[in-house]
Each structure stands twice: as C-alpha cells, then as structure tokens.
Design a protein around this ligand. Structure first.
Ligand SMILES: [Zn+2]
Length: 131
C-alpha cells in the first residue's frame, strides 16, 4: 500500500512525514538536544495536542468498553428468547431502556474527564467552611 506524498522533511536527518505536526513531533523526540526555542515551543504545542487527542480516544474506548458487554448480553438475551419461542415484540420490549442506558452510560463515561479536571464542579463543603 502506498503511503502517498510525504511533503515534510526533518532538517536534521531527512525523515519524511505527510503532516507538519508529525515532523515537529519527530524533531522534538529524535533531536531534542539541538532544538532552538521556536522548535522547542512548537514541539511542546504539538505534544500537548497529541496527548489531548490520545486522551479523547482513550475516553471513547473506555466508554465503548462499558457499553459493549451490555449490548452483547442484551443481543444474547433476545436470541435466547426468540430461540425459546418468545414473541419478537416481547423479546424487544426492553430495547428502548437498554439503548437509553447505553447512551447515558457512554456520555457519562465521556463526561467523567470534564468532572475530574474541573474540581470546582465537585461540591466540597468542608473547604468552604475553612475559608
Ligand atoms: Zn530527524
């Protein structure tokens, strides 16, 4: 499989990347000792952005791992009920609740990050009394 054009090149070793921020990350990691101030600042910004993306991905993976077993169990339950000769309407009776629970659980898992990085959102009456 072709990787396509690689337009950005490391000025130290010739390493090529398709995106400028990937070259900035490469330079910051492979040539950290020879960076000037502007390159170090660009590397810090690119690294911060990369960490933010990885954190968002990890939140979605965590939320999906919470929801997936519930969905699989419910699909198994529907299959078992239909196999046992139950009416399809009866087998699907719990679907709206399961879907709502999964959607709520997914977005709750995504918002746990916002809650943990915003301590001002968490009620701490003991601290209020001391001040
Ligand atoms: Zn390089």
């Amino acid at each position: 499989m072709s990787r396509g054009p690689e337009a950005f090149t490391c000025r130290f070793c010739g390493h090529k990347e398709r995106r400028e921020e990937h070259v900035v990350l490469h330079i910051g990691r492979a040539h950290a000792g020879v960076l000037d101030g502007q390159e170090a600042a660009a590397f810090a910004a690119a690294k911060k952005e990369e960490e933010a993306i990885l954190h968002r991905v990890s939140l979605h993976v965590g939320a999906a791992l919470l929801v997936l077993p519930i969905v699989l169990f419910y699909l198994f339950l529907i299959g078992a009920l239909l196999q046992a000769g139950a009416n399809i309407g009866f087998a699907l009776m719990g679907a709206p609740g399961i879907v709502a629970f999964c959607v709520f659980g997914y977005f709750l898992m995504l918002s746990r990050d916002r809650l943990s990085t915003r301590p001002d959102l968490i009620d701490t009456p003991d601290q209020d009394r001391d001040t």
